[in-house]
Ligand binder design. Structure first.
Ligand SMILES: [Fe+2]
Ligand SMILES: [Fe+2]
Length: 244
């Protein structure tokens, strides 16, 4: 499967862009933090919201298409739902108590956010047509792959509670990403929906800098933040910097 390998290699290479944006967005060249602790914890609050967004997305795929997913992948995805819920709790606890209501308000808006997301709507339409794989690959290869890469860049963040939380979460996201790759390999072998699977991942490397995934940054990181609002507009995942 040379094509599949090429696509995955290109995707892996695109993680470098994500890593660079994290480094430049969060750290000075000397490795010290370039944003305030409040900004950092506020950003983490948005990542907590993302975790429950994945819970809603996976739940929707499972509710409509669980019977179409091969057993070994279905078992992993079902377990993943509870992993992501646990990540939400862990990340929410890293945010000061007076900022947690903000997280809960954003969680309450998630159904609306997903309903107005054209990319997600197209993935759900595919589920309804009998193809739950594109949605799973989008979440587990693209979203989880970039999440795992981003979390690795945060390994030396100068707050022990955050480092410890991300050490555990990062290992889980890596596992979820691997589950996506297993699904892709299964699809390639079954060659049922293989072409569709290729096309999901084929475009993903371009989304590292926008599109389905949006990375936006604190005001402190001026160079990186320009254009962030456009990027925040779209996609399966939004790493958008919170509006204050
Ligand atoms: Fe997660
Ligand atoms: Fe995950």
């Amino acid at each position: 499967m040379a094509t599949l390998d090429t696509v995955l290699e290109r995707f892996d290479a695109s993680k470098a862009k994500v890593r660079k944006e994290i480094r430049e967005g969060f750290f000075h060249p000397d490795g010290s933090l370039a944003i305030s602790e409040t900004e950092l914890r506020s950003w983490i609050g948005d990542r907590a919201v993302d975790e429950l967004k994945v819970v809603l997305q996976l739940s929707a795929v499972l509710a409509r298409g669980a019977h179409l997913i091969p057993a070994h992948i279905l078992a992993q995805v079902t377990e993943q739902v509870s992993d992501e819920a646990r990540h939400f709790d862990i990340l929410r606890a890293l945010v000061p108590a007076d900022m947690q209501a903000d997280i809960d308000a954003k969680v309450a808006q998630l159904p609306e956010v997903l309903a107005s997301d054209a990319h997600w709507a197209s993935l759900m339409a595919a589920v309804d047509e009998g193809n739950p794989f594109a949605a799973l690959l989008d979440i587990n290869i693209v979203h989880e792959g970039y999440s795992a890469a981003a979390i690795e860049e945060l390994a030396d963040i100068p707050f022990g509670d955050i480092r410890e939380a991300y050490a555990g979460i990062g290992a889980d996201e890596e596992k979820h990403h691997e589950s996506g790759r297993e699904l892709l390999e299964w699809l390639a072998r079954a060659s049922a929906g293989g072409a569709a699977a290729d096309s999901v991942v084929a475009g993903a490397h371009e989304r590292a800098s926008g599109g389905a995934m949006s990375w936006s940054w604190p005001a402190a990181a001026t160079a990186v933040v320009s254009g962030a609002h456009e990027r925040a507009a779209g996609g399966a995942m939004s790493w958008s910097w919170p509006a204050k």
